[in-house]
Design a protein around this ligand. Structure first.
Ligand SMILES: *[C@@H]1O[C@H](CO)[C@@H](O)[C@H](O)[C@H]1NC(C)=O
Length: 285
């Protein structure tokens, strides 16, 4: 009797160990493992075993998260489903940033709108503390209906913003004409959902409707390919070396810029009466 009960316990111990070690494998690449919820108390949540994350905003507070790791170059993909319904006044920021007064930053910001009116996707690049490089786009789909993939390819030669694998913006390294490029400071991934109804929707004309709170955005399928660790892998050489989009990528980029770009600092002569920033003459492929 005693010995049978011991072997039972041994058996269960064995089963529990197998289940446990399987879970550890399944959690690899989960939000628990890669991110910290940084503010907003229980407004930021991880669920579905680490496969889904949500941020929400109510009248008291927004919320946010950041990556545990810092990255220096790589391709970073995340799927987002944005605040649905009347999202006017809300901003979902998803970005890479280093720290300190001369920080570098690569930004996606999604400016909400009243139901049925389009979100604006706002992008910016900061190098050594200086931004002022905005480009804004409408999307060719409703970003609140389904998850879509938003990606940043960050190499020493350029930064490419992609939506569902379609390049929407390329910021080239223009150090040769004196423009600092983000390439020395490792960055973390951040996201936050907050109220910006003083400027976000129609320049601040439309206010947040708090009767619709809480506002919620969802994240899944986070993936990072770090290029720096690929030096040792000979097969990754081509991806690392590539400095330009191929012909198909250039066509997609032109399509987005022609039909969906609504603001480009490089065309804003009023804003830069002394002349456009130096990188602007090089901003097109
Ligand atoms: C909201 O909708 C208005 C009207 O269609 C549009 O002018 C504006 O660009 C949209 N987006 C934002 C964030 O204001």
């Amino acid at each position: 009797m005693a010995s049978s009960s011991t072997s039972h316990n041994g058996f269960y111990y064995y089963v529990v160990m197998i289940v446990f070690s399987t879970m550890v494998v399944a959690c690899a690449g989960s939000f628990y493992q890669d991110f910290d919820l940084t503010w907003g108390d229980n407004r930021a949540k991880i669920f579905n075993g680490g496969q889904l994350l949500s941020l929400s905003l109510d009248k008291v507070s927004g919320s946010g998260f950041k990556s545990k790791k810092e990255y220096l170059f790589g391709r970073i993909d995340m799927q987002l489903k944005l605040v649905a319904g009347n999202s006017a006044g809300t901003v979902t920021a998803y970005y890479l940033s280093s720290q300190g007064p001369t920080h570098d930053e690569i930004d996606f910001e999604f400016l909400g709108n009243i139901s049925g009116d389009p979100y604006i996707l706002h992008t910016n690049v900061f190098s050594q503390g200086k931004g002022d490089r905005e480009q804004q786009f409408y999307l060719w789909f409703d970003p609140t209906k389904n998850f879509h993939t938003y990606s940043i390819i960050w190499k020493p030669q350029h930064i490419i913003f992609l939506v569902d694998n379609i390049p929407i913006r390329v910021f080239k390294n223009a150090e040769s004409v004196g423009v600092p490029f983000p390439k020395n400071q490792p960055m973390r991934i951040y996201s936050s959902l907050w109220n910006a109804d003083d400027w976000a929707t129609r320049g601040g004309l439309v206010k947040t409707d708090w009767s619709k709170a809480p506002f919620t955005a969802y994240y899944r399928n986070f993936k990072v390919t770090e290029f720096s660790s690929m030096h040792s892998n000979p097969n990754s050489g081509a991806e690392w070396q590539t400095t330009e989009l191929d012909a198909f990528g250039r066509r997609r980029l032109r399509w987005v810029q022609k039909y969906f770009m609504i603001y480009n600092y490089c065309n804003d002569f009023k804003r830069f009466p002394q002349g456009l920033p130096a990188e602007c003459s090089r901003s097109r492929f």
